[in-house]
Ligand binder design. Structure first.
Ligand code: LHQ
Length: 259
């Protein structure tokens, strides 16, 4: 359900249920989670690129899996979040390597919010972001309520979540929800180039940068200044810092090892 490929330090993950717009069933959940775990463990992997097969990125939870017309006990959706979505979202946030998301088409429900949980989001101009939850009586999950409120502020976050109106990749970029909207035919090329560039970067420093920026959400300025001091101390002891400075002084491109 998830295609994986490593090239030049980039783990490329492709959600692969195109007939169902890459909606998440149990198999895809488990496959994505184990691939992000692999990215944590494998030092050869220095960036992750997440995208979708076919015309969509992901339509969120597979709604066919829980057809209420079939009867049976009411499913516990909280359990689904605890078991599947939330561990994967935490693994993406705590991975100290860049996670790039290339939103190749529609991103709805939890599919949209998994994209927003990635570090750098590029989207095809034809892509749409839909907080589809309210259409079926649910609430925004997969970190969406947190990310949207922080990124957009309450007025836009509430309007998107309450109306479930789609927004274009261009609007998402103008609102700061994503990094860039790109022409459909250049999206994968640009996303791959970005991921490859970051995978050749000073991975330790990039990972600390990610940790630092994420921590700002819950820190005072004083706490953040202390954290900058501590993490800069760590970065300053890295081999990549020594290499970066040497390369600068020697007027050549640095060769970072990720340590
Ligand atoms: C789908 C799906 C889908 C199954 C398209 N499932 N088949 C939920 C519950 C549990 C625990 C915790 O969290 C969650 C979180 C959530 O993610 S809730 C939100 C779930 N997602 C949605 O409500 C979105 C449902 N999909 C849509 O509204 C549309 O498909 C969009 C707007 C995404 C795309 O529309 P179109 O481009 O017109 O495509 P389509 O609707 O024709 O879909 C293509 C096929 O994919 C179709 O299958 P078929 O066999 O008829 O060709 C759809 O049934 C299937 N598909 N989304 N979520």
């Amino acid at each position: 359900a998830v295609l994986d490929e490593v090239q030049q330090g980039v783990l490329r993950l492709t959600l692969n249920r195109p007939d169902k717009l890459n909606s998440f069933n149990e198999e895809m959940h488990l496959a994505l989670r184990s691939q992000v775990e692999r990215a944590h463990e494998d030092a050869e992997i220095r960036a992750v690129l997440l995208t979708g097969a076919g015309r969509g990125f992901s339509a969120g939870q597979d709604l066919g899996d829980r057809d209420p017309r079939k009867g049976g006990p009411t499913p516990d959706l909280g359990h689904t979040l605890d078991t599947f979505y939330n561990p994967t979202l935490r693994l993406i946030r705590t991975l100290e390597k860049p996670v790039i998301c290339a939103v190749n088409g529609v991103a709805a429900g939890a599919g949209a919010n998994i994209a927003l949980a990635c570090d750098i989001v590029l989207a095809a101009e034809s892509a749409r972001f839909i907080q589809a939850f309210s259409k079926i009586g649910l609430i925004p999950d997969a970190g969406g309520s947190w990310n949207l409120a922080r990124i957009l502020g309450e007025p836009r976050a509430k309007a998107l979540a309450l109306t479930a109106e789609p927004i274009s990749a261009q609007t998402a970029a103008e609102w700061g929800m994503i990094w860039k909207a790109l022409p459909d035919d250049t999206l994968m090329e640009e996303a791959t180039a970005l991921a490859t560039r970051l995978a050749a970067g000073p991975t330790l420093g990039l990972g600390l940068t990610k940790r630092l920026i994420q921590a700002a959400a819950t820190h005072s300025l004083d706490e953040q200044l202390d954290m900058e001091r501590d993490l800069q101390r760590m970065a300053g002891r890295s081999a990549d810092y020594a290499e970066g400075v040497a390369a600068f002084l020697e007027k050549r491109a640095p060769e970072f090892k990720g340590q």
